[in-house]
Design a protein around this ligand. Sequence first.
Ligand code: ASP
Length: 319
Amino acid sequence: MTILANCEGRVGMDAARQALLAGRPGLDVAEAGIREVESDVNVKSVGRGGGPNLLGEVVCDAAIMDGRTLKAGSVGSLRQFLHAVSVARQVMERLPHVMLVGDGAHRFAGEIGAEKAEMLTDEQRQKHEQWLREHVPADVLAGWPNVPLAEWTWVSGKDYASGGTTTFLIRDAEGNITAGTSTSGWARSYPGRLGDSPIIGAGLYADNRYGACACTHTGEMTIRAGTSRAVVSYMKAGASVREACLEAMRDLASLEGGQLGPVVIHAIDRGGEPCVLTTHELGFPSSYFLWREGAQDVAHEQAEVARSLPPQGGTGDMR
Ligand code: ASP
């Protein structure tokens, strides 16, 4: 049994471990862990307490994938519901679809009786207002938000530390592999922007036969490189989990232009062996939480920095 959660996942480790030790399937374990993170207002990039988009709205993306069947559910731009991951799971359980976004996701969440919540905290509202005052000239701000918004995404993109996601990768007692993600995405992004967290194959992927992967930070890059699916495919081709993550890092280093920034790759192989690589020494600790069967405690480890990799064909310009 294994639980690998990223740094935002700390508050969900106990709930996940209890579920795992109670013999619950990996889907329940990942959902239990992520729900704790979504509820915690101290996590500034997931669920309630997360950062808003340029309109000042907190919109959440989440997904879950069952490595036993390759079934997956996901929601994008979900507003005013506390547990995006649970809505994503119900998309998988109740619909013939994989993904719902925006108004449809909102409607479905209401239909299944998902828990509603005011997602924008006073702290995030104040931070948002302060950001606008500091970055947007007064004459533009006077008309906000009925002004062209595109240029402000480049401003918010310079401070990508305003993003963040929680990721949980599970190998349960039956050996089944699950991946789950949840995020409020890139703070002060353009309305309607989807990151990688709800995109199966980019932000997460799970396949019992090989392992699982989930990514955080610059979703624009992992969408382009199909990073989570790539890591699992490299393991399918015979790479170890670390070799697979390194190869996916090379793919990221080959990207040119567009939004380039940090990415953290989290992966486990089918036996639960973990690997966490980061492109950068981020401005804050890039750590993760790991619990494996037989361990007394949850381990808190630092991600390995892979930025010294030579780019394979691209500029490797990951500012
Ligand atoms: N990967 C997430 C996204 O692109 C955000 C993050 O983890 O910083 O929305």
